[in-house]
Design a protein around this ligand. Structure first.
Ligand SMILES: [Mg+2]
Length: 431
């Protein structure tokens, strides 16, 4: 049995924890440089704002509909994610962190799992303030579908029976009830059915998850692919996808592992993290993306009660978006060194690539560190520009600045503070 814990509209929910005035309002979080929507509150979805839609297309709703737009605050989301994951880990003995706000938990043999899931969900809400949906099923695909059911039943009453709201356990249903749930689910909402396969299936006359579940696996393999065959079998309740064996998510790429036995030495963690970076970067290149930020986390096991507990993550903005394994590994190692503390039994580590962008879309930048760059001409050009446009029109960004300077210089006009990771930016409840 698997459970999938997933934060609702995660980036928006993180922002709302610290700005309760955003509750009930349409809120959108924008990608790097405020380009397009990467997270939407339910109210923003109701306004018709699409995932990935360019900002200029819905900007007018700020005036017309009270829309609030925010710049992405990955430092905040990364830290909130680590907190969410460490609480979600309490659901069962095995955990796979699938993306920044989603984790699969192996819950085989865990007693009264539906009730336990409700308790973990309440704890998540109380301790970190992020509403989550939890789906449970005998396969990962069914757990994912159960999660979709849990969220839809909560958000759109009538879409599924009300008892599935927030926590849906498809593992306890009589077969006829499971069929009814599958029949109420559009096939495009099934994990692993992308847009292209979805269109092909619809062209073949299929409509719902139940239609897909009733296909013959052998025929599916011959006519489509082994991947779709796996999805069909999983919908039929036959587990084919193991924990930590999943395809890449689209918005961010995670590579995380539980260690076979606990690790204490920095050197060993460095090797593990380097390997994770390699795998994540390979997926990144395969989907022709670049990462703008990188998150590294390490933690001990909450199931080793005898151990002192430690969990930390760190999110590093990259100077330039990249898919270069060596560069990403460098950044990840430095980040790991910053959060590593000796004397703990580390059970898990991971790397997440965030702020993904299409590799075809690149911010123009002069590479001034290029070997053989003609500095004389560069200086002459700088002086000429400054004479013409005023002193300081062009200047070295490194002069007397801190790491935050570049973020400040980027177009992130609406970014909220790093509430949870910087003493100077702590929220003040009573001034
Ligand atoms: Mg989510």
């Amino acid at each position: 049995m698997y459970a999938l814990v997933d934060g609702n509209n995660f980036y928006v929910s993180c922002e709302r924890v610290f700005r309760p005035s955003l509750q009930g309002r349409p809120v959108v979080v924008l990608s790097n440089n405020d380009g397009c929507a990467i997270a939407r509150s339910n109210e923003a979805k109701a306004l018709g704002i699409g995932m990935g839609q360019p900002y200029h297309e819905f900007r007018r709703l700020e005036g017309d509909a009270g829309l609030v737009t925010l710049s992405a605050n990955f430092t905040l989301y990364g830290d909130m994610s680590t907190r969410l994951m460490s609480i979600a880990a309490g659901l069962g003995p095995e955990q796979e962190i699938y993306s920044i706000d989603e984790s699969f938990v192996g819950v085989a043999g865990v007693p009264a799992i539906t009730r336990r899931a409700h308790l973990v969900r309440e704890r998540l809400l109380q301790w970190i303030g992020v509403p989550c949906g939890i789906g449970i099923g005998p396969t990962k695909t069914l757990a994912k579908l159960a999660n979709h059911v849990a969220k839809s039943a909560d958000r759109k009453p009538g879409s599924y029976p009300g008892e599935f709201a927030r926590v849906a356990n498809l593992g306890e249903l009589p077969a006829s009830d499971l069929d009814a749930v599958l029949a109420a689910t559009e096939l495009g909402d099934v994990w692993g059915i992308g847009r292209r396969i979805g269109e092909q299936l619809r062209a073949a006359g299929l409509r719902t998850a139940l239609d897909v579940a009733r296909l013959d696996p052998a025929t599916v393999r011959r006519r489509w692919s082994v991947v779709l065959e796996r999805t069909v079998r999983e919908l039929q309740g036959q587990p084919c996808i193991q924990l930590e064996d999943a395809a890449a998510a689209k918005k961010e790429i995670a590579c995380t592992r539980s260690f076979g036995r606990t690790i204490q030495r920095l050197q060993d963690l460095q090797e593990a993290v380097t390997e994770f970076v390699g795998r994540a970067a390979e997926k990144l290149r395969r989907q022709e993306s670049l990462a703008g930020q990188l998150l590294v986390f390490i933690h001990t096991s909450p199931f080793r009660r005898q151990d002192r507990q430690y969990a930390r993550s760190i999110t590093v903005p990259l100077r330039r978006p990249t898919a270069d394994t060596l560069h990403l590994a460098d950044v990840a190692i430095t980040a790991l060194q910053a959060i590593y503390r000796p004397g703990y039994n580390y059970a898990k580590a991971g790397v997440m690539l965030l702020d993904l962008q299409d590799q075809a879309v690149k911010q123009g930048e002069l590479d001034l560190d290029e070997p053989g760059a003609d500095r004389g001409r560069l200086m002459a050009a700088m002086d000429a520009i400054n004479r013409r446009h005023g002193r300081g029109a062009v200047h070295a960004a490194s002069a007397g600045t801190t790491g935050d300077r570049r973020e400040w210089a980027m177009r992130q006009q609406r970014r909220t503070p790093h509430y949870t990771t910087d003493w100077r930016q702590l929220p003040i409840a009573r001034a």
